[in-house]
Design a protein around this ligand. Structure first.
Ligand SMILES: Cc1cc2nc3c(=O)[nH]c(=O)nc-3n(C[C@H](O)[C@H](O)[C@H](O)COP(=O)(O)OP(=O)(O)OC[C@H]3O[C@@H](n4cnc5c(N)ncnc54)[C@H](O)[C@@H]3O)c2cc1C
Length: 290
C-alpha cells in the first residue's frame, strides 16, 4: 500500500518557493498508485490536493492538515509515428524536447512552459494562441469516487483555460498528444524564438506562477495591459512585487510569504473593480491555509 511522507514543506514543490508544511505527502508513480492513494485518503477522510509542477499554485504559509499528492513521479513516455503517450508528471517542456529529438513538430509551444504535462492539460495551458487541447487525442483520469476512465478529446469539453473533466474532480494520469514529422532545424528555430521571448519577458528572473489573472477575450481585456495602464508594475508588498516586465506576474522577490502575494492579488482585484468596474478572474490556484 502506498505510504505518505509526513510533515513535508510544500514550498520546494512549487515554482513560487512559498508554502507551509503538509501533514501527508504522496508520490504515486502510475494510475493504479494514484487510485490506491485516493482509497487511503477516502478511508481516513483526509482533505487532499494534487500538485504537478506547482507552477500555478500559491500555497498558504500555515500548516495543511491534509494530503498533497505530487504527480511528478508519473513520468514515463512512449513515442509513436503520430503521437506521444506520456505520464501526467512528465515535465511539459521535456515533451517539446522529446518531439525535437524525434524530428516531430506541433508541440514546440510546450517548450519552457513550467510545470507538468498533466497540470498543463488540467489548466488547458496555452502559448501563442495554441491550447494543449488543440493537440490532444485522449487522456486517462482517476476520480476518487468514480474510478478510472479514458476520455477522448471531444468528451472533455475544453475552452480557454478550462478542462471541464478536471474541473469535475477527475485527475489526469496519462495522455496522448498528436505530432507529425517535421524539419529539425525549423523546430529548433521555433523553440529558440520561444526561449528568446520568454527571456525578454523576464519570465524566469524571479519565482512566480506566471499570469495571476485570466484574460477576458469576450470583452477584449488583456489583463497585463490593463494592469500596466493602471500603474501596478513595481507595486510591492513585503517580499513580493508586481513584475516590472509583465503587470500580470507577481514575483517572489525576497522571501515573500503567501500572505504577501495574496495581499497584492486582493489589492489589484479591489482597485480594478472600484476604478474600472471589472471583476478579474484568477488563474492562480490557492492551496492550504493563509
Ligand atoms: C514563468 C511562468 C510562465 C508561465 N507561462 C504560461 C503560459 O505561457 N501559458 C499557460 O497556460 N500557463 C503558463 N504558466 C502557468 C503554469 O505553468 C501552467 O498553468 C502549468 O501548465 C501548470 O502546470 P503544473 O503542473 O505546474 O500545475 P500545478 O501548478 O501543480 O497545478 C495547477 C492546477 O492543476 C491541478 N492539477 C495538477 N496536476 C493535475 C493532474 N494530473 N490532474 C488534474 N489536475 C491537476 C492542480 O490541482 C491545480 O489546481 C506559467 C507559469 C510560470 C511560473
Amino acid at each position: 500500500m502506498i505510504q505518505p511522507q509526513k510533515n513535508i514543506s510544500i514550498a520546494q514543490y512549487t515554482n513560487y518557493k512559498i508554502g507551509g508544511v503538509a501533514r501527508d505527502v504522496y508520490f504515486p508513480k502510475n494510475t493504479m498508485e494514484l487510485y490506491e492513494t485516493f482509497v487511503a485518503i477516502r478511508k481516513a477522510n483526509t482533505p487532499f490536493y494534487i500538485l504537478g509542477g506547482g507552477s500555478n499554485v500559491l500555497v498558504g504559509d500555515g500548516y495543511w492538515d491534509g494530503a498533497v499528492i505530487i504527480t511528478t513521479g508519473m513520468n514515463p513516455y512512449k513515442t509513436f509515428g503520430d503521437c506521444i503517450m506520456c505520464g501526467a508528471g512528465l515535465e511539459t517542456s521535456r515533451v517539446a524536447e522529446i518531439a525535437l529529438e524525434n524530428g516531430k513538430t506541433g508541440l514546440e509551444f510546450l517548450y519552457l512552459l513550467p510545470g507538468s504535462i498533466g497540470g498543463a492539460l488540467a489548466m488547458n495551458a496555452r502559448y501563442d494562441m495554441i491550447n494543449i487541447s488543440d493537440v490532444l487525442i485522449d487522456f486517462t483520469a482517476v476520480h476518487p469516487e468514480k474510478g478510472i476512465k479514458i476520455f477522448n478529446k471531444d468528451e472533455a469539453g475544453f475552452a480557454y483555460k478550462i478542462n471541464s473533466v478536471a474541473a469535475d474532480g477527475w485527475y489526469i494520469t496519462e495522455m496522448s498528444l498528436r505530432w507529425e514529422n517535421g524539419n529539425i532545424e525549423t523546430i529548433r528555430n521555433r523553440m529558440d524564438s520561444i526561449r528568446e521571448k520568454r527571456d525578454q519577458g523576464g519570465h524566469f528572473e524571479f519565482p512566480s506562477c506566471g499570469c495571476i489573472f485570466k484574460n477576458d477575450y469576450e470583452r477584449n481585456i488583456q489583463v497585463g495591459r490593463l494592469l500596466d495602464e493602471m500603474g501596478f508594475k513595481g507595486y510591492t508588498h513585503g517580499g513580493s512585487q508586481v513584475s516590472n516586465n509583465h503587470a500580470n506576474f507577481i514575483n517572489n522577490m525576497n522571501n515573500a510569504t503567501a500572505r504577501d502575494v495574496l495581499s497584492i492579488i486582493e489589492h489589484i482585484e479591489h482597485e480594478v473593480k472600484t476604478q474600472k468596474g471589472i471583476e478579474l478572474q484568477r488563474e492562480v490556484r490557492l492551496l492550504g491555509t493563509f
